[in-house]
Design a protein around this ligand. Structure first.
Ligand code: NAP
Length: 335
C-alpha cells in the first residue's frame, strides 16, 4: 500500500489560532500547544495519535510538548513523534516548535533521573534519536533537584544550547527561590530562560499564589500552563460518572478519590457558568488560563480529535466579566 503523503491545511494559520510572544524573546507560541504525556505511547494506536497531531498542525498548533519518559512505555511518545516526523512533518520542521525534558525517572541506576549533567546530556541525546531530530527547539529541566548543585544543572542546559542540541531552555516546577537563581544564572551566561512550565488551572492556582507568574514576567520569561483542564476534571468527562475509557478509570495519574461529592458539585457549578457563556467547561477552563497575558500558552492533552476541536473553540472567547471571575473564585473557594 502506498502511504498517503501528508499535506497540511493551507489555511492553518488563518484557522483562529493566535500566537503570543514568549517573555522577552523572539519566539511566538500558539495559545494552545499539544502535549504528548498521555495517548501517544506505544500502548496507543498510532493512527489516532497521528490524527490528533495532524489536527493540531492543521490549525496552527505548531508547538508539541514532549519529555523523555512520556509513554507508556518510557520513551515511546518520543518514538511516536519520531515516526510522525518521518511520515508527515519532516518537510515542516521549521514551522514547528518541539520541546522535550529530562528530570523524572527514565532509566535504572544513579544516572537515570534528577538534575546531574551526566543524566541531562545523555537523556537529550537519546531523545533526539527517538524523535528523529537534530535539535529540539526547547529543552527543559523537568523538575528541581534538591541535591544536585543547581549550578551543575543550569550549566548543563547552557552547554546543551551552546552545542546546538537545543535552541532555548526552560525550567519546570521549580520552587520560586530556585527559579530566581536560575533566571539570574542563565541570564548572566547569555542563555536566558525562555519559559517556565507549571501546573495552572481554575482548581490549582499555585503559580499565582506563589508569585511564579509575576516572577517569570519580571525575568523576561514566558509561562506555559500544563494540565489546564486538571487532567480532564475541568471538562464534561466526569459530570455523569467515570467513563471506562477516561484517564480517571486507569486510577494512576488521576485518581477517582478526587471526585468527591463536593468536587462534583464544584464542577457542575462551573459547568453552569460555562453554559451561560455559551462554552463547554473545557473551553471555559482554557479561556480562564488564557485571560491573563502573563500566560503565554496552555498545553492540552487529548485522547481524540473531537476533544481538540472543542479545546480549540476556547480561543473564540477568552474574556470574562468581573462577575464571572468572582463567581468562579467563590465556587472554587478562591474568593
Ligand atoms: N512539566 C510537567 O511536569 C508536566 C506535567 C503534566 C503534564 N505536562 C504537559 O502538559 C500536557 C497536558 O497535560 P494533561 O494531559 O494533564 O492536560 P489536560 O489538558 O489538563 O488534560 C487532558 C485530558 O483531558 C481530557 N480532555 C481534553 N480535552 C477535552 C474535552 N474538550 N472534553 C472532554 N475531555 C477532554 C482528556 O482526557 P481522557 O484522556 O480521559 O479522554 C485528556 O487526556 C502533557 O501532555 C504534557 O505535555 C507537563
Amino acid at each position: 500500500m502506498i502511504n498517503p503523503v501528508y499535506s497540511p491545511s493551507p489555511t492553518r494559520y488563518e484557522s483562529g489560532i493566535r500566537y503570543r510572544r514568549c517573555g522577552r524573546s523572539g519566539v511566538l507560541l500558539p495559545e494552545i500547544a499539544l502535549g504528548f504525556w498521555h495517548n501517544f505511547g506505544d500502548v496507543n494506536p498510532f493512527a489516532n495519535s497521528l490524527e490528533m497531531a495532524h489536527y493540531a498542525f492543521d490549525h496552527g498548533i505548531v508547538h508539541f510538548d514532549l519529555a523523555n519518559n512520556y509513554g507508556p512505555s518510557y520513551g515511546s511518545a518520543e518514538e511516536t513523534f519520531g515516526q510522525m516526523m518521518k511520515k508527515s512533518f519532516a518537510p515542516f520542521r521549521d514551522e514547528m516548535f518541539i520541546s522535550s525534558k529530562a528530570g523524572h525517572d527514565m532509566w535504572p541506576g544513579p544516572y537515570g533521573e534528577w538534575g546531574s549533567r551526566k543524566y541531562l546530556m545523555a537523556s537529550l541525546d537519546q531523545s533526539l534519536k527517538r524523535m528523529n531530530l537534530d535539535y529540539v527547539d526547547l529543552f527543559y529541566s523537568h523538575r528541581f533537584d534538591p541535591e544536585t548543585p543547581l549550578e551543575e544543572t543550569l550549566q548543563a542546559l547552557v552547554d546543551i544550547v551552546r552545542a546546538g542540541k537545543a535552541l532555548y531552555i526552560g525550567i519546570s516546577k521549580y520552587p520560586p527561590e530556585a527559579a530566581a537563581f536560575s533566571y539570574r544564572y542563565l541570564r548572566e551566561r547569555d542563555v536566558p530562560c525562555l519559559i517556565y512550565q507549571g501546573r495552572y488551572n481554575i482548581l490549582n492556582r499555585e503559580p499565582e499564589e506563589q508569585g511564579i507568574l509575576d516572577q517569570a514576567k519580571e525575568n523576561g520569561a514566558g509561562f506555559i500552563a500544563f494540565s489546564p483542564l486538571a487532567q480532564g476534571l475541568l471538562t464534561n468527562r466526569y459530570l455523569e460518572g467515570i467513563p471506562a475509557d477516561s484517564r480517571m478509570a486507569k486510577e494512576h495519574f488521576l485518581k477517582s478519590s478526587v471526585l468527591t461529592p463536593e468536587m462534583h458539585r464544584t464542577l457542575e457549578q462551573l459547568n453552569g457558568i460555562a453554559a451561560r457563556r455559551g462554552q463547554t467547561l473545557a473551553e471555559m477552563a482554557l479561556a480562564w488560563c488564557l485571560k491573563d497575558d502573563k500566560v503565554t500558552s496552555v498545553i492540552v492533552g487529548a485522547s481524540r480529535v473531537s476533544q481538540l476541536e472543542d479545546d480549540f473553540k476556547a480561543l473564540e472567547n477568552i474574556s470574562f466579566t468581573a462577575e464571572e471571575l468572582e463567581e468562579i473564585n467563590r465556587i472554587t473557594n478562591k474568593a
